[in-house]
Each structure stands twice: as C-alpha cells, then as structure tokens.
Design a protein around this ligand. Structure first.
Ligand code: SF4
Length: 377
C-alpha cells in the first residue's frame, strides 16, 4: 500500500509560529507550480510505475488557496497517473479564512472526501497571537460549508500550551468543535521554532510559555475532554470518532510507503527516504534528491519512535520477524520495567496516557535496549 502527499506551499501570510515550507505573496506562481508538480509526478510514474494510492493528502501551506480550476488541473493530472484506490481517503488541508463553497464543491466532485481545517483555537486573543487569518466563527462556517458540499469527514487542528492559554480556553475550543460535529481532532502542543516571530517574542520576554507542569495538565485535560466527547485517542496527538481515524497519518506511523510531490516534500519508498528541494530550487527543475537507505539500526529506531506514538502500539510478532527473538526479548524486558507507562498485552507493546507524556524518554530507553540486542557489536 502506497500513499501520496502533495505539498502546496502558498499562504496568505506567515503565521507567527510557522517554520513549514510555506510562502506568502507567491500565489501568482500557482499555475506554474502545479505544472511543475505534474512534471515531477510524471517522472516518479516513470520510476515507480502506476500505483493506486491508499490515501492522498494535499497539504501545505494552504491548498485551499487554489482556485477550483487549479485544483481540477492538479487532481485531474495526478489521478490520471495515480488513480486513488477504491475507498481511498483523499484529504485537502484548508484554512478557514480561505475556503469557499465553490472550492469545496469542486473538491467533492474530484473525489476529495476529507477536509482538515487548521482551527488552532477559539479565542480571538490566541488566534491573533498565532497570526492566524481567521476567526473561530469562520472556522465554524467552514465546517458547515464543508458538510453542505457533501464532505462529512472533517478534521480540525487545535494547538495547546500557548502563551497564557488557560485550561478552560482549551477545553472550550475542543468542546465547541465536537459540538459542531467534526469527526477528528489533532491536538498538538506549540513547538517553538527558531526563526519564527513567536520564538523572538518568547526569547525577548514579551511572551512566556507555560511550564512543564502546566503543559502536562493541558495534555491530560485534552485527552479527558475529547474522550468524554466520544473521541478515541488513536495516536499521541490524534483523536477521532470510531471509523474516522486518519488513514494517511497511520501510513506514516506504520512506516508504509509514501510518495511526496512538491517542494520540500518527503518520501519513503521501497526502503529509501528522500526529500525534494525547497521552492526556488524545485521550480528550477532541480531534483535535489539525496536518497538515504534506511539500515537496520535506523529502521529499528523509527519502528519504536513511530510505533509507540500509536495507541495500539507495536506488534511483538512483527518485531520478532523483522529484528529477531533477541531484540524482541530486550524490548519486552525493557518495557516491563516501565510500570504504569508501558503495557504489554495481546501481542502488542503500547504506551499508556502517562507514558505518552514522557514519550521521548521512553523511546530512548526502549531503543537503547533493543539496539544492543538486535545489532552485532
Ligand atoms: S497557514 Fe499553516 S503553513 Fe501557512 S503560515 Fe500558517 S501555519 Fe504555516
């Protein structure tokens, strides 16, 4: 099973926390960019042959900035080479400040069946601080508009651990989105990235981030509020009503193959990872692919890092088959020591909610134990 990701790097303006490959003021190059992506798709088609993606994700940037015609050209060209498999999940990432009924109707016609909205928060003060271009009312209107276009699988991104964000505000945001009937919520802590406006404001003391304890309280609260609303936590930061878990995300965490098209897009195909160059070089037609084969040590580490993000955890049988009985024993012995954080049952090793709070530390511990046992000295 292979998935397809397409990166659309245009935005209305740069958010205060964003260090993604995205640009304000370049939308006039969208037609040219789409042709370049289709060119790249043709060359990958030549390399990998035809495949029917299990999931497709148009991410960004702000893909909802494309016009209906541009979306049609992009999807028409792509799906002619890589027709989505029967029942595939096809997602369009959208900013509530840019969606229109025309774009959503066109999306539905093209087979897009899932919309992921970057909502982030309900409170005007926080949206302003993040540099978002929309209000919460616009987010609710976007949810309604999406349903009116016939797309019912709606996901929203929410941020927590923001400067001066209270627990009540976070709970209110999550509850309001659940009331609005969305099916999936991703709830991520703010990560302060160097080079962003928010980074400078925090470093200069104009804003302060919640401490570790407050962050832990917010993450616990998010899990509790969402569970109360009937959302299951299927990944460390992702919650969904049953049957609405994101297939595309699962491909990343399960280490399935995915082909990334567009500037700065990452791929993992047939045991190799590679990344496209950023916008200017990509537009000049540069390939810039540095292919990196994932050796046993790296693959074992990825397996633990990504597998423990999922609530269902890692399959022990898979670990035995892929890395041998010694590695499996080491994993189980090490996991059993992490009482309250790790559970081993029904042939799987998984983290508890408390374990998720210290995910990085657990990964380091498990990976060290398993590497020693799996790899020749
Ligand atoms: S809309 Fe998304 S990609 Fe664009 S600047 Fe904001 S966070 Fe970055």
């Amino acid at each position: 099973m292979t998935s397809l990701y397409v990166h659309i790097p245009f935005c209305v303006r740069k958010c205060a926390y964003c260090d993604f490959e995205s640009y304000a003021g370049r939308l006039d190059r969208a037609d040219e960019y789409i042709l370049r992506v289709l060119d790249e798709a043709r060359s990958r088609y030549g390399e990998y042959g035809v495949f029917s993606p299990y999931s497709v994700y148009l991410g960004g940037g702000t893909p909802s900035l494309l016009t209906p015609e541009q979306l049609r050209t992009l999807c028409g060209g792509l799906f002619a080479m890589f027709p989505p498999a029967e029942g595939a999940e096809v997602t369009l990432e959208a900013n509530p400040g840019t969606v229109t009924p025309e774009l959503l109707s066109e999306a539905a016609r093209l087979g897009i069946n899932r919309i992921s909205l970057g909502v982030q928060a309900k409170q005007e003060r926080l949206l302003k601080l993040l540099g978002r271009i929309h209000s919460f009312d616009q987010a609710l209107q976007a949810v309604d508009m999406t349903r009116e276009a016939g797309i019912h699988n709606i996901s929203c991104d929410v941020m927590c651990c923001l400067p001066d964000q209270t627990e009540d505000e976070l709970a209110d945001t999550l509850e309001s989105l659940m009331e609005a009937g969305v099916k999936h919520i991703s709830c991520y802590s703010l990560i302060l990235e160097e080079g962003t406006r928010l980074y400078d404001q925090v470093k200069s003391g104009k804003l302060s981030l919640p401490g570790e304890e407050a962050e832990t309280r917010q993450l616990r609260l998010a899990a509790e509020v969402l569970r109360r609303g009937g959302f299951e936590r299927y990944e460390i930061s992702n919650y969904a009503q049953r049957g609405f878990e994101s297939r595309h995300n699962m491909v990343y965490w399960e280490r399935g193959d995915y082909l990334g098209l567009g500037c700065a897009a990452h791929s993992f195909m047939r045991g190799e990872r590679f990344c496209n160059p950023c916008f200017d070089r990509y537009m000049k037609g540069e390939d810039g692919l540095e292919r990196e084969s994932v050796d046993t040590a790296a693959s074992l580490e990825e397996e633990i890092l990504l597998g423990t993000r999922m609530s269902r955890g890692i399959s022990l049988e898979h670990m035995r088959t892929a890395y041998g009985a010694k590695a499996l024993d080491a994993l189980v012995v090490s996991g059993k020591k992490l009482t309250g954080m790790v559970v081993i049952e029904n042939g799987r090793l998984r983290l508890t909610d408390e374990g998720f709070l210290v995910h990085n530390a657990i990964v380091v511990e498990l990976a060290a134990a398993v590497q020693d046992a799996a790899l020749p000295a």
